[in-house]
Design a protein around this ligand. Structure first.
Ligand SMILES: *[C@@H]1O[C@H](CO)[C@@H](O)[C@H](O)[C@H]1NC(C)=O
Ligand SMILES: *[C@@H]1O[C@H](CO)[C@@H](O)[C@H](O)[C@H]1NC(C)=O
Ligand SMILES: *[C@@H]1O[C@H](CO)[C@@H](O)[C@H](O)[C@H]1NC(C)=O
Ligand SMILES: *[C@@H]1O[C@H](CO)[C@@H](O)[C@H](O)[C@H]1NC(C)=O
Length: 462
């Protein structure tokens, strides 16, 4: 319904509504705050000649874009692909004092002589903290989408919201791939007092930040019922290696693309607790010095003097000695064991109450084979997720969810229908099956309003 309002509105007010208010942007850089400088004149984006281009000018651009401090005045030609031939050089010369709030306030010459694209100006500013966050989920890579505007956080209407937008948010937050776009309304507490700051958004999926997507900030009232949500994979920056399953093993962290171990100095059960939470495993059970000559690490010893209170979101948030700077040996490598949680979720659907069924075992999500699967089994899943009763799933919708990837954890599942958790139904031994992913179970439940997050045990908040 809201989408219809939007379309009518867009039709009445014309395309100007869709344009962003920014008059300057940095393109082709690794993020919004670095790249070739482009300015907008009468709806056309063009470049800036680097004659007289200096740090004062970059200061102003960084300020105008809400980025951090100015770092450099790189050539705009470092950012590929290059400016298109038919794009104009709109500013030939500019001289800012460095105190201006916008580039348009600086002394500038727009047209006098010809500067070529070889002389395009670039700017490098400190990356600003993300102006998007995910709220109410199990970790910082899942939840209701909220954006920041002028110091206020508000929500995003799900008009036009899809997997591409989700990918952009996941990328901006440094999370892994997007696995779903559930309703933001499933994440409690609800966003009742907040404004809906973005009414409509359309990303192509390649943007580094949500602000780069085409969007409408105002125009009509989208209710919080239509808040957008995102589920991304947690990025792998820590692992428990060489143990049975994903939730027991030698602690390893990733730094500069390389895995390395952590040292005993400063390490305690609070640090183990952080690791278990970060991995989506259960409670921390024990931590000890690990390993003999054969099982200890061989490469880097990244972390030492780690000091966690236990409440940190990730090990990387705990103070420590500088990465790689320590006198530890691999005899001091640490081992952690976490509880092995069971959980389930429905992925790839538009809500948390429909999609491909995945179960968590030994800290790893995997699918369920449909051999022997029926109505009773489905009822147990919907009930366990707080999603009401199981209901019809069209074969077209099923195709959207199936096949899955990764492990196939369960096969020949048989429930009486009275079980509180799928875990209590009969099934083959974990991981034993004669299936392929085409046979993955997908489920549709009747209620879309109460979510998994409040019913099933939450392995990430032990
Ligand atoms: C640039 O502007 C400053 C004042 O902000 C002025 O002192 C300086 O002479 C100008 N430079 C040129 C080349 O005009
Ligand atoms: C672990 O050490 C940190 C300080 O480094 C301390 O704050 C925390 O309470 C300790 N935890 C345990 C379980 O001893
Ligand atoms: C490593 O040991 C050397 C020699 O004992 C010492 O000078 C240095 O400060 C130590 N480095 C660290 C990071 O502890
Ligand atoms: C799930 O069931 C509801 C009715 O309970 C239906 O409206 C909806 O289209 C179904 N979803 C899919 C993906 O089939």
């Amino acid at each position: 319904m809201a989408l219809l309002f939007f379309l009518i509105l867009a039709f009445c007010t014309g395309p100007a509504l869709l344009e962003s208010s920014a008059r300057v942007r940095l393109v082709r850089g690794p993020h919004r705050c670095e790249g070739r400088v482009e300015v907008e004149r009468n709806g056309q984006w063009g470049t800036v000649c680097d004659d007289g281009w200096d740090m004062n000018d970059v200061d102003v651009v960084c300020r105008e874009l809400g980025c951090g401090a100015a770092l450099k005045t790189p050539s705009g030609n470092l950012y590929k692909p290059l400016a298109e031939e038919d794009q104009k050089v709109l500013i030939q010369w500019v001289n800012c004092s460095g105190m201006e709030n916008e580039l348009t306030e600086c002394e500038q010459v727009e047209d006098v002589f010809d500067c070529t694209h070889k002389e395009d100006a670039g700017a490098m500013c400190e990356k600003s903290p993300p102006r998007v966050r995910l709220v109410g989920g199990r970790h910082h890579c899942e939840g209701r989408v909220e954006v920041e505007r002028n110091g206020q956080w508000g929500t995003v209407c799900n008009n036009g919201w899809d997997k591409k937008g989700a990918h952009v948010v996941c990328r901006e937050l440094g999370c892994g791939a997007a696995v779903g776009t559930p309703s933001g309304n499933l994440y409690k507490p609800l966003a009742e007092d907040q404004k809906v700051l973005i009414q409509w958004v359309n990303c192509n999926g390649m943007e580094n930040e949500l602000t780069e997507c085409e969007q409408v900030e105002d125009g009509f009232d989208c209710p919080h019922k239509e808040d957008a949500g995102v589920m991304c994979v947690l990025p792998e920056t820590v692992r428990l290696f060489g143990g049975p399953g994903r939730c027991k093993g030698r602690v390893e962290v990733k730094h500069q693309g390389q895995w390395g171990t952590v040292c005993k100095a400063g390490w305690n059960l609070s640090a183990a607790k952080v690791v278990c939470r970060q991995l989506g495993c259960g409670k921390a059970i024990l931590t000890k010095r690990c390993c003999n000559r054969d099982t200890q690490g061989k490469n880097f010893i990244w972390l030492s003097e780690v000091s966690c209170s236990g409440e940190e979101e990730s090990l990387q948030d705990c103070p420590s000695a500088l990465w790689g700077e320590n006198n530890c040996t691999h005899a001091d490598d640490m081992w952690v064991e976490c509880e092995d949680p069971f959980d389930l979720r429905l992925v790839e659907g538009d809500t948390l109450c429909s999609g491909r069924l995945e179960v968590l075992h030994k800290g790893e999500w995997g699918s369920v084979c449909d051999d022997g699967w029926g109505k009773k089994e489905e009822q147990v899943v919907c009930k366990q997720l707080g999603c009401g009763k199981s209901t019809f799933l069209s074969s077209k919708a099923r195709k959207k969810f199936v096949p899955g990837v990764g492990r196939i954890w369960l096969d020949d599942v048989r429930c009486s229908g009275k079980e509180q958790s799928l875990e209590h139904c009969q099934h083959r031994f974990w991981g034993h099956h004669n299936c392929n992913h085409k046979e993955d179970v997908a489920v549709n439940c009747s209620e879309q309003s109460s979510g998994l997050l409040h019913v099933s045990p939450d392995p990430l908040r032990p």
